[in-house]
Design a protein. Structure first.
Length: 187
């Protein structure tokens, strides 16, 4: 059985190292895992209950919910902005947490990874993202972590997909997510 893992990238910048890390995940997905890199987070408006009513939900938010709902698991790629999670990723989590108790994240396995310029690779933001998706109802995969430090220098001349150490760690992460998604689907 192949599992479908939806990748959400918390940076909108085309040359983002987190986007490149997500591209590496797509390229190096292990057998039995299909990684879909979600496009369109920039179009999703900030969450507002006034527009989250039947018949008024923006199409971009509906597409996000549909993509997450049909995935077996999610993998969030989070940079660290001022020591925390980027707004675009938090906004996606907010939309996916609704309707309360039955959102697209409810019970779904979710892992958080990423890269950042600092010496800790964005662990503060990743921890905040894990907290947010857990509160939103996801099954947070606490044992699945990857924080690549020094992204600006490390990836200055090499794409993460060509960094053997990063690829090895990423494939391990993807294998763990695949395993958790398979368990969830079988339950």
């Amino acid at each position: 059985m192949s599992v479908r893992i939806l990748a959400l990238v918390g940076s909108l910048r085309a040359g983002s190292h987190n986007r490149q890390l997500a591209e590496a995940a797509v390229k190096h997905a292990p057998e039995g895992a299909q990684i879909e890199l979600y496009e369109g987070l920039a179009e999703v408006p900030f969450y507002n209950e006034d527009i989250d009513v039947e018949g008024s939900v923006p199409e971009s938010a509906l597409r996000l919910r549909e993509a997450a709902g049909s995935a077996d698991a999610l993998l969030l790629f989070s940079p660290e902005y001022n020591g925390t999670i980027p707004a675009v990723l938090k906004n996606a989590i907010d939309w996916l947490s609704r309707p309360y108790g039955a959102g697209a994240l409810a019970g779904k396995p979710v892992a958080v990874v990423g890269t950042a310029f600092g010496q800790h690779g964005g662990v503060w933001a990743q921890d905040e993202a894990r907290k947010a998706v857990g509160i939103a109802g996801a099954k947070v995969l606490e044992d699945v972590k990857l924080a690549v430090a020094g992204s600006v220098t490390r990836f200055a001349e090499i794409h993460p997909a060509d960094d053997a150490e990063v690829v090895e760690q990423l494939v391990e992460v993807l294998s763990l997510v695949r395993g958790h998604a398979g368990e969830a689907a079988a339950a």
